[in-house]
Design a protein around this ligand. Sequence first.
Ligand code: FRU
Length: 745
Amino acid sequence: MIFKMLKPSLFVVVACSLVLFSLAAGGFAQTPGTGQGDILIADFEGEDYGDWTAEGDAFGKGPARGTLPGQMPVSGFLGQGLVNSFFNGDGTTGKLTSPQFKIERKYINFLIGGGGHTDLTCINLLVDGKKVRSTTGPNLQGGGTEALDWDAWEVGEFRGQEARIEIVDAEKGGWGHINIDQIYQSDSKLALDDAARDFKIEKQFLHLPVKKGCRKVWLQVLLDGKFQQEFEIELADSNDVDFFATLEVERWKGKTITLKAERLPGGEKPLEKIVASDNYSDEPNLYKEKLRPQFHFSPLRGWTNDPNGMMYYDGEYHLFFQHNPFSVDWGNMSWGHAVSKDMLHWKELPDALLPDKLGTIFSGSGVVDKNNTSGFQIGKEKPLVVFYTSAGACVRPRVPYTQSIAYSNDRGRTWTKYEGNPVIPHIEGGNRDPKVFWYEPSKVWVMALYLDREDYALFSSKNLKNWEKICDITKLGCSECPDMFELAVDGDPNNKKWVFWGGDGNYLIGSFDGKTFQKELGPFRSKYGGNDYAAQTFSDIPEKDGRRIQIAWMQGGEYPGMPFNQQMSVPRVLTLRTTKSGVRLFMEPIEEVRGLSKGSVEGDAVQSGSESNIGLIGFKGDTIPMVGLCDLDLEFDTAAIPVGDRPAESFGVQLCGRRIEYNLAKKEISLDGIKAPLELDGGKLSLRILTDRTSIELFANGGIVQIAKCFVPADDQPDQPIKTFSNGGTVELQWELRMPRSVWK
Ligand code: FRU
C-alpha cells in the first residue's frame, strides 16, 4: 500500500520525495503501526469513529475518505480513511477524543497534515488530564500542501500511565482544519527530522536552492541560539533548482549563524546546497531574463504584490513592496525596498522589514516626519516613518492583525521597529493596510485603514504613535488598500476635492475637514480589467512638483521560468477634471516615461477599412532589452473624415498580439475583450499605449479610462507590425511612436 502511495511522488518530484522513500526503505514490509511490537491506537478505517468521542461539527460522522469537497488534494494518508476536519470547510470546529489507553512504548507515531495554528489545529497527548504534548499541522499561509507526513512524540517518561489523544480544530479561518491518520505506539520513531547547519558569515548573501513542488519547510535563522528570522521555503535537495533565493546575511557579518530546517524529508540534505556569495545568483543575467519587464519595476528575486510605503525624501523616491524573497509565490510577506531618482530607474536595496512575532509584514504606507512629531529623529536626517499591518495570522503562535510602525534615521537604509508596536490594536476581521498623510489645517496625521467587508475608517494622531478613530467610510464597493488625497479640480487651487480610494480602484469624491470625510460623488471605477490592483500614491512629493503620483501592482501576470513573479504598473499622475457627467479622476503615465525614448516616428493617415502598418515593435531584434517595448500616442478623429466618406463603425489598433477597439454604437472601448464605457471627446479618441515585455497599459481620452493587461509573449515572435484598422468606414488618424529604452542598462 505504501508503494502505491509513493510512486506518483517519486515520478513527479524525484528529488523531493526521498523522505517517504527512505522511510519506506527504512524497513517496513507492512503498514506502519502493524509491525511486531507496535500498538495501533487508530487507523481511521471504519465507517465511524468507533469509541472515539466527536464534539462540534468539524469531523463529520466518521473518518473522511480522502479529499473533501472544496479541498486541495489530500495525500499521504494510509488506507482509505483519515481524520479530516475540513468537513463543510474551514469554518467548522470541533474535537475528537480517544478512549483512555496505557502508554507502553517509547514513541507515539502519527501522520499529520493541515493547519499550523498553535493550540487551534493540533493533536494533543493528555496524561492525567493534562496536555503534555501538542503538534500542529504544517500550514499557516496561502498555498501550502494537504500532504500528510510522519511526526512522533517521545513518551518514554509516561510509560505505564493512562493517556488520551485529542484532535482539535478550533480555527475557522484559512488552514482551519487538521488531518490525522495512523496513530500508533512503537519503540521506533517515524518522524521527519530537523536539521541544522552553521554558517560563519563573511559574505553578503546565502543562496538558497528553491524548487517548486518540494516540501515546504520552515527555516529558522538563529544567532547564539536566539531566534532571528523564520520563513517557509520549498528547499531543493538536488541540482535541479528553479532559482536561488537570496537570504541577506550582511547584518551578521563576522558572526556565526545557524540555519535550522524543521521536519526535513528523511535523507534530504538541502542545507548542504546553500552557498555564500557577495553576488546575486546568475548575476550577469540580472534584468536580462527573457520575461523581465524593461521599464516597469519587478523584484530581483521572488514574489511581489502591493506597492507599499511610497514616499519621496531628498532626491529619492522610495518604493517598498510586498515581497516573498523565498518563493515566486505569495507568502512570508516582507517589505522589499527600492529607490529611484525618477520613478523609472530603480535600485533594489535589502528588504526593509521582515516578519516578527507580531506577524508577517502586510501592506502600508510611509511619510517623512518633517517636524519630528514622533520624536524618532536622532541626527540631521528627517525620520522616515512607515506604517504596516502586522499580519499575525501567518506566524506561530497566531495573533490577530494589528497596525505597527517602523522608522529610519538614515534615508531609509536601515529600519527600527517601534518598541511600542502595535500602535493600533486589532479592531475587527482582517483590518489592515494603513495609509497615512499629513492634514495641514489641523496639523494632524490621518490614517485611512481597511477594516472588514467593504468598510474603512479614518484615525488621527499628533505623534504617529497614538491613534484615535475619527470616522467610518462605507459603501466603496471594494475592499483593502485605501488611499486618500486632495486634488485641485481642473487645476484650480480654489476648488479642491478629496478622493477616497480602495484596493480595486473604486473611488469616492468628497470633502474632508480633518475629522469627517463627506462623500459627494461616487463610487466610480478608475480602471478596468484584473491586472491592476492595490494602487498607492507617493507621500511628500515636493510642492514645486505638485503631482499626485500613483503606482499599482499589475496583479496576476505570468512569468514562467523566471526567478521573480509580478510587476508594478508604470507611475501615473492622477488629476480631477470636469466632464459632461461631472468631476472624475483621470490617470496618465508620468511625463518622465517619454524621456525613455530617444526619438519618435510620427505620421497621419486616413484609415479606411482593413489594416495598415504604422510601425514595428522589435521582437526578434538583437538588442534583447528592446523586445516588445513601445510607447504609442494615437488620435482617431471621427469628425474630420473626407467629405462623402462613410464614418467607421469601429476602429482601433493591434500590437503585440493585443487588440484595442472602439465601438461607436456601443460607446465602448475594449482591450482583448476587457470592456469599458467611453464617450468620444468632440468626436475624437486619444489613446496612450505602453507595452513592455509582458504587459500593456492603455490610457484613453486623457486617462478617464485605464485598462491594463498582462500577457506572456509567444516564443520566437517575429518583429510585430503595429496595425491600425477601421471597420465599416473611415476615420482620420494621427500617431506618434516611441521606443522606450530599458531602464536596467
Ligand atoms: C492586497 C493585500 C493587502 C494585504 C497584502 C498582503 O493585495 O491582500 O490587503 O495587506 O495584500 O500581501
